[in-house]
Design a protein around this ligand. Structure first.
Ligand code: P1T
Length: 380
């Protein structure tokens, strides 16, 4: 099945009792049993729920995976992966990543549970080698990274992790399975903030994990049920509905992302432009190798690199809305230093190249003329 057919049909059957084409919202906590141990495969909705089960099967298919799990947020999906580890274990993580992931790793797993996290610039895969030892259990990759759009060669990292018997988890939120399939490139687990492009309509918070190993399935499904960070049936319905147009939306996000990045690159008042489709991107060849297109996430700075000017521009937008999050149909503008990456201390942020004046755009699917006109009037 091709991708555009999978988003609509994989794992989804008409409701057997009514023929309803849309998967019903099974808003129930429990299921009546005929007798002790006699039930229809559903006992309690933390463990299994029919609406969630359909979504999980669809999620699995999108990443060419055997298994999919849905969670109450992207962070709870990441937290589930971290719960595979024990005190004393070590993680090697990319040094540019969503601020909330960094906060979970440092403030909870490192500070409270004795897990050591090494942050590494993975623009060259071999940079991880000196950090791998007998205690290393997990390599965490986000590519493209949030918010600097750095790229990491998944296949090259996977070759190293496989040889060392270390799990490789890729946060595929920015790319989506339409643009990139990390499992096909050798990753063990794919993680998504489904809040973003998978849901696509800024109306739900959700996370997902996809993977192939039955051993991982046993462990991860056990944690999902034991820790209980599951999404509601209604949220599962919303994401099932949203995901049906993922391929169409991603085409338009990528098209608009290209036009916005090229516009910014030619604007006399714009400083740096971060978009993975620009041939000037330092790792553009990795994007060409492992992705099908380049998406709609664009970050930039202004030549007048003052806070006042960055704030003036961000507050002048009329079509781009100022706010956290990304991946919805409507365009958003985010200030990473005070919003999504505020949890990372300023000195560490700046050491990674994330300045206070960086502006991040999630380019939506509006008409491009209106987006470019909005950039023109805001930048001035
Ligand atoms: O927000 P949540 O669904 O819990 O997902 C967390 C998360 C994980 N990974 C990446 C790459 C992310 O971008 C996010 C959430 N990011 C934002 C809210 C943001 O505006 O960057």
């Amino acid at each position: 099945m091709k991708f555009g057919t999978k988003v609509l049909h994989a794992g989804i059957e008409p409701d057997p009792s009514t023929g309803a084409i849309m998967t019903p919202i099974f808003q129930t906590s429990t299921y009546v049993q005929e007798g002790i141990g006699k039930h229809k495969g559903f006992e309690y909705s933390r463990t299994h729920n029919p609406t969630r089960q359909v979504l999980e099967r669809n999620f699995a298919a999108l990443e060419n995976a055997q298994y999919g799990l849905a969670f109450a947020s992207g962070m709870s999906a990441t937290d589930t992966v971290m719960r595979l580890l024990k005190a004393g274990d070590e993680v090697v993580a990319c040094h540019d990543m969503y601020g909330g992931t960094y906060r979970l790793f440092n403030r909870i797993y490192a500070e409270n549970f004795g897990i050591k996290i090494h942050y590494v610039d993975m623009s060259k895969a071999e940079n991880i080698v000196p950090y791998l030892n007998d205690k290393t259990k997990l390599v965490w990759v986000e590519t493209p990274t949030n918010p600097l759009l750095n790229l990491i060669d998944i296949q090259a990292v996977a070759q190293i992790t496989k040889a060392k018997n270390v799990w490789l988890c890729v946060d595929n939120t920015f790319a989506t399975p339409f643009l990139q399939n990390p499992l096909d490139l050798g990753a063990d687990i794919v993680m998504h903030s489904a809040t973003k492009y998978l849901g696509g309509h800024s109306d739900v918070v959700m996370g997902a994990l996809m993977y192939n190993s039955p051993d991982l399935h046993q462990r991860l499904a056990f944690i999902q049920n034991s820790a209980g960070a599951v999404p509601s049936p209604h949220d599962c319905f919303l994401v099932l509905r949203g995901v049906k147009t993922l391929h169409i939306r991603m085409e338009r996000h990528s098209q608009n992302g290209k036009a916005v990045a090229e516009y910014l690159q030619n604007h006399p008042k714009v400083g740096k432009v971060f978009w993975i489709g620009l041939p000037t991107h330092p790792n553009h060849d990795i994007a060409r190798k492992q992705m099908r297109d380049f998406g709609g996430m664009v970050s930039f700075t202004l030549k007048n690199d003052s806070m006042e000017e960055a704030i003036r521009v961000m507050e002048s937008f009329e079509v781009f809305s100022l706010g956290e999050s990304l991946g919805g149909v409507e365009s958003l503008c985010t200030h990473p230093a005070t919003m999504t990456h505020a949890a990372i201390p300023k000195a560490e942020r700046e050491a990674r190249g994330l300045t206070d004046t960086l502006i991040r755009l999630s380019v939506g699917i509006e008409d491009i003329e209106d987006l470019l006109a909005d950039l023109a009037q805001a930048i001035g």
